[in-house]
Design a protein around this ligand. Structure first.
Ligand code: GLY
Length: 572
């Protein structure tokens, strides 16, 4: 308690060194998630944003399935029970670490249709909200190809076994709870103009609490995928329905786009952090690069100041600011143009960045060159099995309920991932810098992302953490902060997850913080340092990240879902 009081009431701390001999904990005044009960499992763990989907994954583990089997079954279940972000109409990134220490990264991100053009959202005639609320917003979905490719390569159960629980949930239904209902209510305007309105807004209102929500079309779609595999989605009857939907709404995705879709196996990126190994997703996601860069910069400050102090928040913010600048300007689809990944995650680059940090002043981001908007609502799954394999999997349709466009007859929403491209590439800013060229729209290209499925190994090379988040760019800052809380501040996983976070927004230049948690004196100090501060609440968009994490605990596992949002961790 002495340490915690020190952290938040700086006057009481004088004389104590900012070392981290003792684990830090949060003061009783910070109540968020105080009642969270972590889940423990001797053999394995599944954590996701929905308890039904988590239960699907655990049942697969209990029947002898491995982490990939469970992750894929959970992901298909999320497409049914958590359709605001779980999906078959979007894409994602997956990291696997096998028991033998080998790793793999799967990129099943959406791709721009062949008819997409660099200026399609920038021309004056583009419909309002074209990149977020219309048929033009959808990239060619990768989820079905990705989930089945992972199962093919690493799974031990059949496609039918992996998808059967999702089919049952779609056909037989599940009970509408407040999270499900509120998610729909918050996106009424997005959903209402499209074919999903009849199901998701019957009579103009979200389904009633306690009602059973059945999705007959989605059940049929999943049955086809279970029976015929990716061919059903990319060439068969589901492809026909997607193309028909595109024709109806003036979208770009064609039968050829769907038939041409391919996933890409990539090599995970690696960095070290205070002797630990951090394994992340390589480009086209910028998430792994930016988490690694943030940690590399922070590592140059040893030890970090105590948690909850202004100096600590300042260093987090300054490291994020520099990592985000690189992320926004330099990361794009590596198959379209070279991305300097190795340089961006190098220790030398981090040292150079760290030298630009004034310990007592914020730096303005005059150099911020790219638009900051990004959709919010990915969903993460973390799984560990009894064999020693772990999976960190993030999928998305970008905004909550994606574009709102619903594939008539097929029962699922399409993404608005085209909005993750830079829609005005080449625009020259006041500093004469060309914006986000690496992320310009081009046919077949993958838009960059902030998704950051991450695996952390301890000093002995054993898995310590498996984590990821939802929340657009706040994914990056949130994942990095949970890692720092565990490694530097030696917090319990529960406290590491519920601890107040900051997020530096490079453009417009500001520092977001969770109000009611940082001491007023800390906020005042940050203001004096030159930060433009903005409180960020847990219940209104845009949210701070919402992390899903599991951690090694002795011979077993501990799982915690971010108290800022719904979900469940379940061990076995
Ligand atoms: N659409 C959010 C992301 O990919 O980061």
């Amino acid at each position: 308690m002495l340490v915690a009081s020190c952290v938040f009431f700086a006057a009481a701390c004088r004389g104590l060194s900012p070392g981290h001999a003792e684990p830090e904990s949060l003061p009783p005044t910070w109540s968020l998630g105080a009642n969270v009960v972590p889940s423990y499992g001797d053999r394995g763990m599944v954590a996701s944003n929905d308890s039904l989907a988590t239960a699907v994954g655990v049942a697969i583990l209990e029947r002898g399935g491995n982490a990939v089997d469970a992750a894929i079954a959970t992901a298909f279940a999320l497409a049914v029970t958590h359709p605001e972000a779980g999906n078959i109409g979007g894409g994602g990134f997956m990291l696997v670490r096998n028991a033998d220490g080998t790793t793999a990264a799967l990129d099943f991100r959406e791709r721009a249709p062949a008819a997409a053009t660099r200026e399609m959202f920038a021309r004056p005639a583009a419909p309002r909200n074209a990149s977020t609320h219309t048929h033009l917003a959808a990239g060619v979905p990768g989820s079905v190809a990705g989930m089945l490719a992972a199962l093919d390569r690493f799974g031990t159960i059949s496609r039918q076994q992996a998808i059967a629980p999702a089919i049952a949930l779609a056909r037989d239904g599940f009970i509408v709870d407040a999270t499900f209902r509120d998610g729909i209510a918050g996106q009424r305007a997005r959903i209402a103009p499209h074919a999903g309105a009849g199901l998701f807004l019957p009579g103009g209102e979200p389904p009633a609490l306690g009602a059973t929500f059945r999705q007959a079309d989605l059940a049929r779609t999943l049955e086809l995928v279970a029976r015929d595999g990716p061919a059903a989605f990319y060439r068969g009857p589901i492809a026909d329905l997607i193309v028909a939907e595109m024709r109806r709404g003036g979208g770009l995705i064609t039968a050829q786009d769907l038939a041409a879709y391919r996933v890409t196996w990539r090599t995970p990126i690696r960095t070290t952090y205070r002797g630990h190994t951090v394994i992340g997703m390589p480009p086209p996601s910028a998430g792994g690069v930016a988490v690694a860069a943030t940690l590399n910069i922070l590592e140059t400050f040893d030890p970090l100041p105590q948690f909850g102090t202004a100096r600590h928040a300042h260093l987090l913010a300054a490291a994020q600011q520099r990592a985000f600048l690189d992320r926004n300007e330099l990361v794009g689809d590596p198959d379209a143009s070279a991305v300097p990944t190795e340089r961006l995650i190098s220790k030398e680059h981090a040292r150079r960045m760290a030298r630009t940090i004034d310990p007592s002043r914020a730096a303005s981001t005059r150099a911020a060159r790219a638009a900051a908007r990004e959709g919010n609502e990915t969903t993460h799954i973390a799984v560990a099995d009894r064999f020693g394999n772990v999976v960190s999997l993030t999928t998305t349709i970008n905004d909550i309920y994606g574009s709102g466009v619903f594939v008539s007859g097929a029962g699922f929403f399409l993404n608005d991932e085209m909005d993750d491209f830079a829609s005005r590439p080449g625009a020259v800013n006041a500093d004469g810098i060309v914006a986000a060229e690496a992320n310009a729209i081009a046919p077949g290209k993958v838009m960059t992302s902030s998704m950051a499925p991450t695996i952390v190994l301890d000093r002995e090379g054993r898995v310590l953490l498996v984590l990821g988040s939802r929340g657009g760019p706040r994914i990056i800052s949130s994942v990095a902060q949970v890692i720092v809380n565990v490694i530097d501040h030696r917090m319990s996983l529960k406290d590491a997850m519920r601890a107040p976070r900051v997020h530096h927004v490079v453009s417009p230049d500001s520092l977001w913080y969770e109000p009611g948690d940082f001491a007023p004196a800390v906020i005042d100090s940050l203001r004096v340092m030159g930060y433009a501060l903005r409180p960020i609440r847990t219940d209104t968009l845009p949210y701070i990240g919402r992390v899903i994490a599991i951690a090694r605990r002795g011979a077993g596992w501990e799982g915690v879902v971010d108290p800022r949002y719904a979900g469940s961790a379940k061990g076995y």
